[in-house]
Design a binder for this molecule. Structure first.
Ligand SMILES: [Cu+2]
Length: 351
């Protein structure tokens, strides 16, 4: 793999050249002499990224919750997006706020999803603590079908690892950057598909039987005090094969992936066992004195990095637990790939 491909991007805060739907009323301007008439200018104007701000409300934090055990809220957003068409999501950012819309600590963010689901297919864009905003590489989009048989939802969950005594109302302020289907076609955006690469190393599970994933008892495990390195195959094999009809059908390329770790997580790496190479390793920066991920890396590249159907891959996860108790852990990449994913039949039943 070239070093050019292995670029860790600190995803910049959204800088949107925003055209808010419904706020388009501008005073009429007389065309300057020699300039084309307004309707011609409109035809040739570069499509603008649309920005949608949504508040997922109703969280009440009243005690400690580890990851995946905090309060969850959902909101259907079909009516907030252009009807009966595909929207091409380029970016998503989530800010934790209080009931008065004032920013509160991002330590309370477990995860926030924008997801769609139909009996035939589904997919999601996600952020979580440490990566509160995601932007796909230039020229790519995540198509979300906002059609009758698809449920388009926001789903968010809280965590609180640090405060025994607390009484905090909270909401998640989403900012979603997207193009309409028509604008995406004009720009020639290429579709990316989500691929979740989740580890489940051979280690004691958190609450066996809960957090059920693909036949495994739990994809959350316990890390004892000290520094530990774990290796694991990807929980759902990435490529289509007998017994794994949801896998990738062909060779493909990863254009975006972000690290997902719980507090005190250090790094996640994707290893190509066939070549012995590390495809990419991303790191997390932890807070001092709190269990909180302040930042975790994202890979974002127009060229991307190849995934070979005939190679074997695994994940390597490092945790450094400074406490004297076991802690809950998870290790994953939330990735977006180009190329052919097999149609996700039976998606609903498998969730
Ligand atoms: Cu997690």
């Amino acid at each position: 793999m070239t070093s050019r491909a292995a670029v860790a991007l600190f995803v910049a805060p959204l800088l949107l050249n925003v055209a808010l739907p419904g706020h388009g009323a501008t005073p009429e301007k007389a065309a300057a002499p020699g300039s084309p008439p307004d309707d011609l200018q409109a035809t040739h104007a570069e499509p603008e990224l649309r920005s949608l701000e949504l508040l997922l409300e109703g969280f009440h934090i009243d005690k400690k919750y580890i990851s995946m055990e905090g309060p969850q809220e959902k909101m259907p957003i079909k009516s907030k997006l252009p009807p009966d068409s595909t929207v091409w999501v380029r970016s998503m950012a989530v800010e934790m706020v209080d009931a008065e819309n004032e920013a509160i600590s991002p330590e309370f963010l477990c995860h926030a999803w924008l997801s769609y689901r139909s009996p035939e297919s589904g997919g999601m864009m996600t952020v979580s603590q440490g990566t509160e905003s995601v932007t796909l590489p230039e020229g790519f989009g995540f198509p979300v079908p906002n059609t009758a048989d698809n449920r388009v939802m926001l789903i968010g969950m809280i965590e609180n690892n640090n405060h025994e005594v607390i009484d905090q109302r909270a909401a998640m302020k989403y900012t979603i950057g997207y193009y309409s289907d028509e604008d995406a076609q004009r720009l020639g955006l290429e579709a990316l598909k989500p691929l979740n690469m989740v580890a489940r190393p051979d280690a004691p599970a958190v609450h066996p039987g809960e957090h059920h994933v693909a036949g495994l008892k739990s994809h959350h495990w316990l890390v004892p005090p000290g520094r530990h390195t774990y290796r694991s195959p990807v929980v759902r094999p990435m490529f289509e094969r007998p017994g794994n009809p949801l896998g990738i059908g062909t060779n493909t390329r990863i254009h975006f992936m972000r690290v997902h770790l719980h507090g005190y997580g250090e790094s996640v790496a994707l290893l190509d066992k066939t070549t012995g190479e590390t495809v990419w390793r991303g790191y997390a920066k932890n807070a001092d004195g709190l269990r909180q991920i302040l930042h975790s890396d994202s890979y974002s590249d127009v060229e991307g990095v190849p995934l070979h159907r005939d190679h074997e891959y695994e994940l390597e996860i490092v945790y450094d637990n400074p406490t004297d108790e076991p802690i809950d852990a998870m290790g994953a990449f939330r990735a977006f790939v180009s190329g052919d994913l097999v149609e996700r039949r039976n998606f609903k039943r498998r969730r």
